[in-house]
Design a protein around this ligand. Structure first.
Ligand code: SF4
Ligand code: SF4
Ligand code: FES
Length: 309
């Protein structure tokens, strides 16, 4: 029977909330087809019944079993031991399993993610439409469908350096909530303008498009390219595009257009990436045109439906 050794973080926070603990080694039998969560369950059943670990579905759907396995944020229930073995070139060395590092520790592998519930409450639900007989294009539905596949595992937030290193939990919504904001802002029937809040309360300019969040997303959501960059483009259009809003554009230009597309951690004086900002403006202009066209098609269809026969 093949054996595997897990080096698992065991500990709790001290009174100030800092994690106090140690890595403990456990060696158990490895069966064919096991995932990391299976091994944790075997450790609980045979070696450490008091090892705390959160999980629910064991199917990659509930987002509860997030942890750092060999330093990489992953779902324990979707991480196959065969893949770990391949990554490590064998199972001679212990496999390192720790809780998510960006969130406060509760115990062992369990962290306190209540920040996420509080942030979620700050986002208004969809507004409108008043009439029950709305229609929108498949193309518009497809765009937001991707965002609806988020399982709220918080692996993206755990990875983002704005949270993990700079601890901007109060000023920055984080990748998970830009995905949620994008699903509402790009919803063809949502009537609320979310751009001022995205800019000022949710601090989207802190994101410098490193794409680390996208790399760890188990749902495969293109967080940076499909949610964050288009939201940044909308902020830029609203506040910095002289063709769309001349007054706002003049007053905002000096306060840092390029901080929205810089590759460094943004500051207002950073010159940033001019080409990217220009392309963003062009992209958003053509999207606006397309949205206008679809909107008038929708109005026309509604008008025809309600024409007296
Ligand atoms: S792309 Fe933005 S949100 Fe994603 S990890 Fe990088 S800084 Fe954070
Ligand atoms: S966007 Fe992806 S990584 Fe972030 S919470 Fe949702 S599923 Fe998890
Ligand atoms: S237990 Fe539900 S996602 Fe892993």
């Amino acid at each position: 029977m093949e054996k595997v050794t897990f080096s698992v973080f065991r500990g709790s926070p001290d009174e100030a909330g800092s994690p106090i603990g140690e890595m403990k080694d456990y060696t158990v039998d490895l069966d064919e087809g096991m995932v990391v969560l299976d091994v944790i369950h075997r450790i609980q059943s045979e070696e450490a019944p008091d090892l705390a670990c959160r999980w629910n579905c064991k199917a990659g759907k509930c987002g509860s079993c997030s942890a750092e396995v060999n330093g990489k944020p992953r779902l324990m229930c979707m991480t196959r031991m065969d893949d770990i073995k391949e990554e490590m070139g064998g199972l001679e060395d212990p496999i390192d399993v720790r809780p998510m590092q960006a969130f406060p520790l509760l115990r062992d592998l369990v962290t306190d993610v209540s920040w996420a519930y509080e942030t979620d409450k700050r986002i208004s639900p969809i507004q409108g439409p008043e009439e029950p007989d709305w229609v929108f294009n498949q193309h518009e539905a497809d765009r937001i469908q991707e965002f609806r596949s988020c399982i709220e595992c918080m692996l993206c937030v755990n990875t983002c350096h704005v949270m993990r290193e700079h601890e901007k939990f109060d000023e920055f919504a984080g990748p998970r909530f830009f995905v949620r904001l994008a699903s509402l802002e790009m919803h063809p029937l949502d009537t609320l303008s979310r751009i001022p809040q995205i800019k000022d309360d949710f601090g989207i300019s802190y994101c410098n498009i490193t794409r680390c969040c996208t790399e760890v997303c188990p749902a495969g959501i293109q967080i940076t390219d499909n949610a964050i960059i288009p939201l940044k483009e909308r902020v830029v259009t609203e506040y910095f595009d002289p063709l769309v809003n001349p007054v706002k554009a003049v007053s905002s230009f000096t306060s840092g257009l390029f901080s929205y597309f810089t590759e460094d951690f943004p500051t207002n004086s950073d010159p940033g990436n001019t080409e990217m900002a220009k392309t963003a403006l062009e992209n958003e202009r053509s999207r606006l045109e397309e949205a206008k066209k679809m909107d008038s098609q929708r109005t026309e269809r509604a008008r025809k439906r309600f024409q007296p026969k």
